[in-house]
Design a protein around this ligand. Structure first.
Ligand SMILES: [Zn+2]
Length: 459
């Protein structure tokens, strides 16, 4: 072990309880971004972050835009132009704590219970933002030099959908330019199983409206002569999958990356059995493409889901109506290298080919976001794997996440930057719920693994 690494790790150990105290200070600021009355508190949490960055000697600290919950930018470029540069992403805003009566302690008076800190935002994600700062501190304040350049991009609007972040990334591409991004706003499988999330699914969301007669009709007088829009919609939807669970939209799978045997073997290490999913969801049996495992179906295969349907009479009792109209909300989870913008055309092509002449249809588009993926063999991912393996004593699991993290996608699409997602949130942390907790041993392991990561990149 190099002397500087050793010094930094010793510093982190020696200051472990002070780190927890300081995190408590951060968690006690009620930075609820959705609540207008908390505007000043959100600002205060941002100032707290900026103060820490200043204390660490970070340079060029800026607030964007200055008149709302700002994105805080800071940099450390002393490793020099030949050293790699990492962008560290985080957010300092939190979800509302309500319902307050469901908490066993004040959400903004962080309390230590066993191995956990209880408080709103402790796990999502002030603990992880603070851990990043303390890892940097452990290197710099133990007489070491950071072997890589760092840029910080810490926002205060994540919990309200990051309304300014996309533009910020697009407009400040040069300022934030880095070799890769470290995003700690994700989770790990368990406290003993570090997890690197390297791919996230995208989303394309639609509404399909089917119109029949100009108004609701009496089903006795017109039934048998007019195509019921609810039935026509059901027929259209039913045809969007075949018997194997494969989506039938033309071209839907054309850009889907095939899983090679090596990646399939890596994904197979994830301890997610069909039985676990059955127990979690309460379904009698799982469903989906038979030639892929549940883990592969959740992370590496695209889906088409019906999120809601509406038609006709849905009140209590019976009404013999032939409805004028039917509607379904339909969304697709997308995987690399599918493009959300392509999906609308595929749905339209399907509807043109299959919609009967007895109805009129209309397709509306809601939000969409592209999928993202990082190269598992990149120098950065490999270094992170090594750092986590040493810190936890266990080889990390590589995971493709079924959901979306917009900032990861935006960095990839707008700035060409891949992210390594290495948060230490746990499945039972109650993020967004009452009694949110942060597992402190995992918090300290995150600090340790980041310190180790910095020095691995030095070689
Ligand atoms: Zn978060």
């Amino acid at each position: 072990m190099s002397q500087s690494l050793d010094n930094a790790l010793q510093f982190a150990q020696k200051h472990a309880s002070r780190f927890v105290d300081q995190l408590g200070e951060f968690v006690s600021i009620p930075s609820v971004s959705t609540t207008p009355e908390r505007f000043g508190d959100v600002r205060r949490a941002g100032e707290w972050v900026a103060d820490q960055l200043r204390g660490l000697g970070m340079k060029n600290i800026q607030f964007f835009p200055p008149d709302t919950h700002p994105i805080i930018y800071a940099e450390y470029l002393e490793a020099g132009p030949d050293a790699p540069t990492a962008l560290l992403y985080g957010h300092y805003d939190v979800q509302p704590a309500e319902p307050l009566d469901k908490w066993h302690s004040d959400p903004f008076s962080p309390t230590i219970r066993g191995e956990n800190m209880i408080g709103r935002g402790a796990s999502d994600m002030k603990g992880q933002v603070a851990a990043t700062l303390f890892a940097v501190e452990s290197v710099l304040k133990s007489g070491g030099k950071l072997p890589i350049n760092l840029k910080f991009m810490i926002e205060g609007e994540e919990e309200i959908g990051s309304p300014h972040l996309k533009d910020f990334i697009a407009e400040h591409r040069d300022l934030i330019a880095s070799d890769f991004c470290i995003n700690t706003d994700t989770g790990m499988l368990s406290p003993t199983q570090p997890t690197i999330v390297y791919a996230l699914r995208g989303l394309a969301y639609f509404e399909l409206h089917v119109h029949g007669p100009k108004q609701d009709l009496h089903s006795g007088i017109y039934g048998g002569t007019v195509h019921n829009p609810a039935q026509a919609l059901a027929e259209l939807i039913a045809g969007m999958h075949d018997a194997n669970g494969t989506v039938t939209l033309p071209g839907f799978y054309d850009k889907v990356r095939t899983l090679d045997p090596e990646e399939r073997a890596e994904l197979a290490r994830l301890p997610l059995e069909g039985d676990t999913l059955i127990a979690r969801t309460g379904v009698p049996q799982l469903w989906g493409e038979a030639e892929f495992t549940p883990t592969e179906r959740l992370g590496a295969r695209p889906t088409l889901e019906i999120n809601g349907m509406y038609s006709g009479f849905i009140g209590t009792g019976a009404k013999t109506v032939l409805p004028a109209y039917a509607m379904a909300k339909i969304s697709c989870r997308l995987v690399p290298d599918q493009n959300a913008a392509d999906i609308k055309g595929q749905l339209e092509a399907y509807l043109k080919a299959h919609a009967p002449a007895t109805i009129r249809w209309e397709l509306l588009e809601h939000v969409h976001g592209n999928p993202s993926i990082s190269d598992r063999n990149s120098r950065w991912v490999q270094a992170m794997m090594q750092a986590q393996e040493t810190a936890w004593g266990v080889r990390p699991i590589f995971r493709r996440e079924g959901g979306s993290v917009p900032v990861v996608t935006d960095l990839q699409t707008l700035a060409g930057m891949e992210s390594i997602n290495i948060g230490v949130g746990l499945p039972d942390d109650n993020q967004h719920g009452p009694d949110e907790k942060l597992h402190l041993p995992s918090f300290h392991k995150l600090i340790e693994s980041l310190v180790r990561f910095f020095y691995i990149l030095d070689k």
